[in-house]
Design a protein around this ligand. Structure first.
Ligand code: SAM
Ligand code: MG
Length: 374
């Protein structure tokens, strides 16, 4: 045994610095971070400055609280815009998406009055002149209720094998101290508070370097004033609108009902499939898969999505599906917990009234009841 080990060690080259890998990938962790904030604060108007290929917007377009989603980038190189369109399930959300080409250091009044502005991996791409103008435009002029800024944390860089800067276009990479002193100055000047956090955990033993990506969440003091200030500002249009997509309104009852019914059907069928799989495993005497794992009963199966902590908790806390003889029951209480129905903002009561004439409610109206074996 000893010998074998020694042999292996001499053949395999063990790097002195562990290769840093993130799961999920770091950019996905950043988008997920923003998505979680949107869940928590439910902003109606969100703008992403330096939005790149609009990936973050694609992720946020599914969140029903957002009514206006704007992306701004200095480059007009958007492709694959069709993926910004709603898929059939989300086709009826009330949402407008606009992409503008322009520089974040120019003022455009169409970005006034926003609830949240995100700048993900943007500031390190600004040259010193632009970086100096940035706070006045974003915090002073646009003055949204919340600003989220992410940027590389250079304290983390020694953990990479070879790195001076992480990207050739970076004009700088700040240590936590540098970012925080800049952010605190900005916050003080424009009357915001700021909280520091990040994504990309350092490996065990290297905790002192902090997150790979550092993030500042700025909240405006007395945020209520935003709307009235916005209306007093002069119209000033400098950005070039490149794309505007408006989704039909869910306020239209017909669309709303159709969407809810089709979502409930899809979701219930997925739950039934998983339920039957669990029964089969039990029959075969295998350990049933962990039933409390919400992913087993969740749209992840056909959406390939990860779940936020809030989503998991919501699903886990709700009543579970069950069967009696040949009928499969999903308590109505459970349905609003699922992502898509949650995004539609429907209550248990609303689902009951929409399904009232469909013949799929249990006799006491507390559950959807379908045949267990279709
Ligand atoms: C590293 S990318 C980040 C893209 C995106 N936020 C993400 O996280 O995937 C930086 C982006 O900022 C854009 N950018 C750089 N300077 C800008 C400026 N002055 N105004 C608007 N966008 C800018 C670049 O074109 C690029 O798309
Ligand atoms: Mg960058």
């Amino acid at each position: 045994m000893e010998e074998k080990n020694t042999q292996c060690e001499s053949e395999v080259e063990i790097p002195s610095v562990p290769v840093i890998q993130f799961y999920p990938q770091l950019y996905k962790q950043r988008y997920r971070f923003v998505e979680d904030l949107v869940y928590r604060y439910e902003p109606k108007k969100v703008a992403d400055l330096g939005c790149g290929d609009a990936s973050l917007l694609r992720q946020l377009k599914k969140l029903s609280c957002i009514e206006l989603l704007v992306g701004v980038d200095i480059k007009d190189e958007w492709q694959n815009l069709v993926t910004l369109m709603p898929d059939t399930t989300f086709g009826f959300l009330e949402l407008t998406i606009i992409l503008y080409q322009g520089s974040v250091v120019e003022r455009d009044s169409r970005l006034l009055g926003f609830d949240m502005i995100t700048c993900i991996e943007l500031i390190e791409h600004l040259n010193p002149d632009d970086l100096a103008k940035f706070p006045e435009v974003v915090f002073g002029y646009l003055s949204p209720s919340m600003v989220v800024i992410s940027t590389p944390n250079s304290d983390f860089n020694p953990l990479f094998e070879v790195v001076t800067v992480r990207d050739f276009d970076h004009k700088f990479e700040w240590s936590r101290k540098e970012f925080q002193s800049w952010a605190l100055r900005v916050a003080e000047t424009y009357s915001y508070s700021v909280e520091f956090t990040g994504v990309g955990e350092p490996p065990a033993g290297a905790e002192s370097v902090g997150f790979c990506t550092q993030i500042g969440i700025f909240r405006k003091n007395g945020a209520k004033a935003a709307e009235s200030c916005a209306s007093e500002q002069r119209e000033q249009h400098v950005y070039k609108p490149v794309v505007t997509i408006s989704f039909p309104s869910l306020q239209q009852e017909k669309y709303f009902k159709t969407t809810v019914v089709s979502e409930v059907c899809k979701q219930v069928k997925i739950m039934r499939m998983e339920y039957l799989r669990g029964l089969k495993e039990q029959e075969e005497g295998r350990e049933p898969s962990n039933e409390s794992d919400p992913r087993l009963l969740a749209p992840m199966l056909w959406e390939g999505q990860l779940y936020t902590e809030a989503e998991k908790a919501r699903i886990e806390a709700s009543a579970k599906p069950f069967s009696v003889k040949d009928k499969f029951y999903v308590p109505l209480q459970r349905l609003p917990a699922y992502v898509r129905l949650h995004h539609l903002g429907v209550s248990e009561e609303r689902i009951r009234s929409v399904l009232a004439d469909s013949g799929t409610l249990s006799s006491d109206g507390s559950a959807v009841a379908i045949d267990l074996h279709d």
